[in-house]
Each structure stands twice: as C-alpha cells, then as structure tokens.
Ligand binder design. Structure first.
Ligand SMILES: Nc1nc2c(c(=O)[nH]1)N[C@H]1C(S)=C(S)[C@@H](COP(=O)(O)OP(=O)(O)OC[C@H]3O[C@@H](n4cnc5c(=O)[nH]c(N)nc54)[C@H](O)[C@@H]3O)O[C@H]1N2
Ligand SMILES: Nc1nc2c(c(=O)[nH]1)N[C@H]1C(S)=C(S)[C@@H](COP(=O)(O)OP(=O)(O)OC[C@H]3O[C@@H](n4cnc5c(=O)[nH]c(N)nc54)[C@H](O)[C@@H]3O)O[C@H]1N2
Ligand code: SF4
Ligand SMILES: [Mo]
Length: 726
C-alpha cells in the first residue's frame, strides 16, 4: 500500500517514489513470447512487455530496451492488465429498454439504433445537432477516423475532445510564440544535461513517476530544480527551491521574474535581436510588474523571486516546463506565454539543452491533438479555416472541400449546448460526468439529450447515462500508434485476443458509416488507417508521411515532423527529436514575444467564499478513475476523495484528520474527509478529481474559459469549507 500511497503529508512516512520495476507476481518467466508495447495510460508511454497468461489477460514485465523509462513503471502501468479481465468489463452492447434500464443487445441492433437516431436528429434539426466527443487516450488511428467520421459521415462541425481540458492552453501559447505546438520540442534525455529546470504546476512524482529520474539526474549533474506549486508535493520536496504561489497567479510570477531579469541586466540581447520579435512591448508589460507588487499578488517573497532568477540565469542552459497548474486557468494561454517570454528574454529556447516545454498528459495527448478530433482542426495539425488545408485533406478523403464543415464549439461549450442546440451525442474515450467542469450541470445536459451513445471498455458514469453503450477493445487487445509527450510516435501492439462480444472503435466507426450510407473510407485495419493518415498529414505541421508501421516496429519510435523522402533523397528522414535549433516555425523564423499582464482569476475569494480550491491528481488513480477504480491494489492505495488543507485552516474550522468536510462553491457542494498537512498554503484547499458521487471535485469547479484556448479554470475557484456532523 505504501508503494502507491497518496499521502502528501511531508511529515508522514515517505513512500517510495513509485518508479518500481517489480513486474508483479504474474510475470511470465520466459519472455520469448512477450510482445513489446506501451502503457495504456499517461503520455510518458512507458515501454513494457506483455505475455498472455490465460483468462483473457496478460502479465506485464520489464522492457529495459525502451529508452524513456528503461524498464521502470508506476503502479498504474504495472496493474493495467487487471482492467482487461475485470468483472466490470463490458462484453455486450447495451441498449436502453422501455422500462429505462440498460439491457444486453446484439451488435447489429445496437449499431442500427445509433444510426437511426443520428439520422432522425439530422433530419429534424440539421447536421450540427449531432455532437461528437473524443479523447486524448485514443490512438492516432482512432482520433483520425473519428474526426473524419464527424466531418464526412455526419457532416457536423460539432466535434471536440477532452484534450481541450488538458494541455490546450500550452498548445495555444506554443503556436502563438513558436508557430508550432509540440509539447516537448526536445527529448526528455536533454533534461539532465541542462543547468536549471523550472517545473511550473507539475507533479511528476505522482503523475509520471518514472520520469522523476531525469530530474534526479539533473541534480546529480550539478543542475538545479525549481518547483512552482501551491502545495509542497513529493516533486517539490526534491527541489532546490520551492515557490508556493497562490493558485491562479503564475502569470504575475513569471512577469515578476522577467522584471528582475531586465532590472539585473540578464537579458540575452544578442539572442533577442537575432531570433525574436516583439521584445519591446513584452518588456514594457513586464516592467509594470514590480517584484513587491508581484509578491503581494502571489505570496512569493522578493528574495525567493531573486533566488529563482539567479538559479535560472546563471547556467549556460535552462528549461521551463509547465503542466496543468498554470495551464488550467481562464488565463492559461497568457500564463504560459509569460513563461515563454522569460525563456526568450534569457535566450533559452531553440538552443541545445534549453527551451520551453509542456508536459502533455494523456496516453496520446500529443497525437490526439494533431489529427482532427479538435473543433478547429484537420489532420497533420492543419487549420480547418485554411483553404489549402481543406483542399488537401478533402482530396485524401475524396470529398468536395466545400462539403467540410467549419470549426465547431470547444469541449465545455459543446457539453453546455447538449439538449438545446445539440440533440444527439457520440462519446468515444472520455467520461465527462466525472471530469468536466461544473459536472452536475454537464450531467444534467447529458441527461437532456434526445440520444446518447457511448463507446467504452467499462460502464463509466457517462456510459451509464447512454441510450446505447458499445463495448470496445483496449490497449493489449488491439494495435495502433500513439505519440508521446516527447513527440515520439510509437507502435502499440496487440498481445491477446479480445473477449467475445467486444469490437474495436474502428469497427464501430466503420459499422456506423456503412449504416449512414458511406460504404468506403473507414477501414477497420489500423495500419490501413495509418497509411491514410500519413497522406493526410503530408506537408502539414505534424507531418507523419515518412513514418510507417515497419519503421515503428524497428525503432524506438520516430519524432515528428518526419516527411516522406522526396525523389532526390537517398535515405529516409530520420525524424526530428529537437525542434527550432535553426529557426522557429513562424513565417519569419523568429519566436514571438507576446505582451501579457496580470489579471485576477475568474473567481477571487470573498466573504461568502473565502478559500481557494485547486484540483489535480494522486499517483494511484487515473483521470475519471473509470479504469483504475477497477484495480484492487490501486483502490487500496487511493480509496476515495479527500480535502487537503493546512493545519491553520483546519483549526479555524475545528476539523480533525479524517473529519468529513463540505466544500461549497457557486456551482455546488462536495463532501470528503479532511487530510491535514502543512504542505499546502493556508488559503487553499486541494481535491483530487478521480471520483464520482458526493466527493466529486468537479461539482465545484468553474467553467470560466480562457479566451484563446477555451480551457476551463480547473485550477482555481472560490469555495467555503464547512465541517459536517458525522
Ligand atoms: N496518477 C496519475 N497520473 C496521471 C494522470 C492521472 O490522472 N493520474 N493524468 C495524466 C494527465 S491526462 C495529465 S494532464 C497529467 C497531469 O499532470 P500534472 O500537471 O503533474 O497534474 P495535476 O495534479 O493536475 O497538477 C499538477 C500540480 O499543479 C498544482 N497546482 C494547482 N493549482 C496551481 C496553480 O495555480 N499554479 C501552479 N503553478 N500549480 C498549481 C497542483 O498542486 C499539482 O500538484 O498527468 C498524467 N498522469
Ligand atoms: N477538476 C479537474 N478536472 C479535470 C482535470 C483536473 O486537473 N482537475 N484534468 C482534466 C484533464 S487534464 C483531462 S485529460 C480530463 C480527462 O478526463 P476523462 O476524459 O474523463 O478521462 P478518462 O477517465 O481517461 O476517460 C476515458 C474514458 O474512455 C475509456 N477508454 C479508455 N480507452 C478507450 C478506448 O480506446 N476507446 C474508448 N472508446 N474508450 C476508452 C475509459 O474507460 C474512460 O471511461 O480530465 C480533466 N478534468
Ligand atoms: S508513468 Fe504513465 S506510462 Fe508510465 S507506467 Fe505509469 S501511467 Fe504508464
Ligand atoms: Mo490531461
């Protein structure tokens, strides 16, 4: 239990940091039949070997040859096989019967029913009354096919996906500054070789345990680690300097650091002159943010700000890495922009061992945002509003470019329109009842639909509301590609036969397309889909045309862009582990500074709601918990939600460890036991979001959206905390 323990209390027993290589008791002795593949969960996409052990499942064993994790796995990856053979696994389609219950049905009946209802909606209300909600856990092939299905078969503009809730602010800021969004523009192996890393709102000790060794090695090599987090996380405990700002003030913090960089004469003038544009405006904006003013906003003292600047600017190379902390804010894009400005002013982007990066989250969080399940996007990371992109992709799809719809609503706006403008919805790879902001409202919108279809491996809280549920294959049962947080395209291989009654997402899309009158264009063989994706992505920012399954089977993945070789090229393109070393992907090759200024969060504390709530993750549960809540070992380690709070706040409330606490926001009320620790700011409480029901954190969260990325403000809202009689 301690190995995957979720305790945050810095005074408590210290669990191992989770990078266990123990393959578990079910590991097969001989690895000769082992299939090398990658984990079903997060964007680190750890390599692992799978061996069939009967009973419809596999044993996980170490795969030391894959360089990113070198055999190490966290508890989630190690126990992933349990979900395959879980009693909760769906093995038959379910349809809503006349008495309102879900009952088993055959595949033809279930697919017919979905097709019939989608057609009814389209006839009555038009194509844009059909919605599609995808996921960043879907393979590239699925994400590509889903986007094509929405635009070509349904003819709707209303498609978006859960990645909008994930790294969209970093993607928007990266595109704005560099002309291209690839989460990490360099491989993780560069991290130990730089001089200083600022990790902003990222807790890899819990969210990507095997990656922690890159930061440990950085420090062993004499580099320094700065962690910016309102909580003293297990990651912050490893840091040379921990800055604990008020949630929602990272923008001011970055501006304060930039102010000091200028005031202390640490700007790399030659770099700024040669490789950037827009410095004067960005400089002027930063100069309005005096360190004392920034201290008042953030709670980070001026000496701490100075120390951070010293650590960051002294070495020759340095990096800033952001994750969900600064990104999941209604000003997430500008916040990330401010950190990028800091990198640009100090010459720390597009140079060896230096740069800005975003730590993408979901298994295919990178590839899932490139191939067309996003509201404004076509495959290859092309823009849906770009006439040349529409012509190219329509050509690959064999349709008229004018038939492609325009951009649709963003994820929260789409969910908010359910039951009004959008009457029928298909969900593939997400569980918004647990994971969407203002979740009680979203649940109500889902219930008000004329028709809901969900494809999932288990009866998630969202699937439980559906009119038709389709049971799909997962991970070890199917082949497909993912693109890791490094931009490395990887092959996941099928290791076992799926259970009877279960079909793949690609088969689902094929079956529906045929029923809706599109006979061709939706193959069920993933390699065939990938071959089409290659052509669709050719020439786009995320160019996969030089990558194929054979290559992926032989190499440790291939970094995009990887264009197909031209006639005069003697050898295949090697892929691009490091971007921007010569030029940025903007028209003039220069990185763009963006002038940004501090602004308050959408909801600041007041007399009625005096405390800040922030949300996030624990090591033993994944996302909405649909999968990991079905694994005994993980549930034992992280059995339920909690409210993390400081002893001073607890004393003011008269709350003791374990007491039930009600957390109340303008959206609703959630109840969970108190977990008291000095490792959190006294003005802030933290709740993990992995559970439905009474302790659902997203009952409370604020759907205020970033104007550019349309990211909701998961990381800060105002609440009141009350004790509840037991
Ligand atoms: N165990 C586990 N691992 C996962 C996942 C999971 O669900 N469980 N999900 C995967 C996915 S999809 C993602 S996106 C990644 C997310 O990975 P992370 O971004 O590391 O995860 P979070 O816990 O959401 O947020 C990180 C930290 O941000 C801090 N934070 C909160 N508010 C603020 C703020 O205003 N400013 C700053 N600077 N920090 C703040 C929180 O205290 C938290 O420690 O993890 C991936 N890995
Ligand atoms: N309060 C708060 N809320 C958050 C966040 C936060 O930090 N705080 N983080 C946000 C972030 S970063 C993210 S990424 C989202 C994630 O939230 P969700 O989108 O809910 O993510 P998952 O729980 O991974 O949902 C995936 C669902 O698809 C199923 N599934 C898995 N593989 C497949 C497949 O191949 N095909 C199909 N059809 N189904 C599959 C799983 O069983 C599960 O039900 O949550 C967001 N919500
Ligand atoms: S760190 Fe991520 S990819 Fe690696 S084993 Fe854990 S969940 Fe899987
Ligand atoms: Mo995410």
């Amino acid at each position: 239990m301690q190995n995957t323990g979720i305790r945050q209390d810095p005074g408590g027993p210290r669990p191992a940091l989770g990078a266990s290589t123990d393959p578990g008791p079910r590991a097969a002795p001989g690895a000769s039949t082992a299939t090398p593949t990658h984990c079903p969960y997060c964007a680190l996409q750890c390599g692992m070997n799978l061996t069939p052990v009967g009973g419809g499942t596999v044993a996980v064993s170490e795969r030391a040859d894959f360089p990113v994790n070198r055999g190490a796995l966290c508890g989630k990856g190690r126990t992933a096989p349990e979900v395959l053979a879980s009693g909760a696994r769906l093995t038959s389609p379910l349809v809503r019967s006349d008495d309102g219950t879900l009952v088993p049905a055959g595949w033809d009946e279930a697919l017919d029913r979905i097709a019939r209802n989608l057609l009814l909606t389209r006839t009555e209300y038009g194509a844009d009354a059909l919605g599609v909600f995808g996921g960043g856990g879907l393979t590239n092939e699925k994400a590509y096919a889903l986007g094509k299905f929405a635009r070509v078969v349904l003819g709707t503009s209303q498609i978006d996906y859960n990645g909008r809730f994930c790294m969209s602010s970093a993607a928007a800021a990266g595109t704005r500054a560099f002309g291209l969004d690839r989460g990490l523009p360099f491989p993780l192996e560069d991290v130990p070789r730089t001089g200083c890393v600022i990790l902003v709102g990222s807790n890899p000790a819990e969210t990507m345990p095997p990656s922690l060794r890159y930061f440990t090695e950085l420090r062993e090599n004499g580099g320094t680690l700065i962690v910016v987090d309102p909580r003293r996380t297990r990651t912050a405990e490893q840091a040379d300097l921990h800055l604990a700002p008020r949630p929602g003030t990272d923008l001011a913090l970055a501006l304060g650091l930039l102010h000091l960089v200028v005031a202390e004469g640490r700007v790399d003038e030659a770099y700024v002159e040669e490789r950037t544009s827009g410095w004067e405006e960005a400089r002027a904006a930063a100069m309005a943010h005096w360190p004392e003013y920034v201290e008042r906003i953030t709670g980070v003292s001026v000496p701490e700000l100075r120390e951070a600047v010293r650590l960051f600017c002294t070495p020759e190379a340095a990096m800033v890495l952001t994750a969900r902390g600064p990104e999941q804010q209604a000003k997430g894009t500008d916040t990330v922009g401010a950190w990028i400005n800091l990198c640009l002013a100090t010459g720390r982007a597009g140079r060896p061992r230096s740069g800005y990066g975003c730590l993408t989250g979901q298994g295919n969080g990178q590839g899932g945002r490139e191939h067309g399940q996003k509201a404004d996007q076509l495959p290859g990371y092309r823009r849906l509003t770009d006439p040349a992109a529409r012509r190219h992709v329509a050509g690959v799809w064999g349709v008229d470019p004018d038939s492609l719809p325009g951009p649709g609503r963003s994820a929260y706006e789409l969910l908010d329109a359910l039951g009004t403008d959008i009457r029928s919805l298909l969900v593939m790879g997400s569980n918004p009842v647990v994971s969407a902001p203002r979740a009680a409202h979203v649940e109500g919108r889902l219930r008000s639909l004329d028709f809901l279809a969900v494809c999932d491996v288990v009866l998630s809280e969202t699937a439980a509301l559906a009119d038709v549920v389709l049971p799909v294959t997962q991970w070890a049962e199917e082949t497909g590609t993912t693109t890791s947080l490094e931009g490395r395209v990887l092959l996941r291989r099928r290791a076992i036969t799926p259970p009877d009654g279960v079909r793949g997402d690609l088969e689902v899309l094929h079956g529906l397309a045929v029923r809706l009158g599109v006979e061709r264009g939706f193959p069920t063989d993933p390699e065939e889909v990938f071959e089409e994706l290659r052509r669709a992505s050719a020439g786009g920012p995320a160019d996969y045309s030089g990558i194929d399954y054979r290559r992926l089977a032989e190499e440790d993945g291939v970094f995009w862009p990887c264009p197909a070789p031209g006639d005069e090229d003697a050898v295949p393109h090697p892929g691009t582990p490091r971007l921007f070393l010569d030029r940025f992907a903007t028209d003039d090759g220069r990185a763009r500074f963006v002038p940004v200024a501090h602004r308050p969060s959408a909801e600041e504390p007041d007399a009625e709601y005096p405390v800040l709530l922030t949300t996030g993750r624990v090591v033993a549960q994944y996302q909405s918990g649909a999968q990991t809540r079905r694994v005994a070992e993980l549930n034992a380690a992280a059995p339920g939600p909690f409210v993390q709070l400081h002893p001073r706040l607890a004393a003011r409330l008269g709350a003791a460890e374990g007491d039930p606490l009600a957390v109340v926001s303008r959206r609703g009320r959630a109840v969970a036991p108190a977990r008291i620790t000095a490792g959190i700011r006294p003005d802030t409480v933290f709740m993990p979001f992995h559970w439905p029901g009474e302790g659902r954190a997203n009952t409370l969260t604020n759907p205020a959206l970033d104007p550019t990325s349309r990211m909701p403000e998961f990381k800060v809202c105002a609440v009141r905390v009350e004790t509840v009689p037991r």
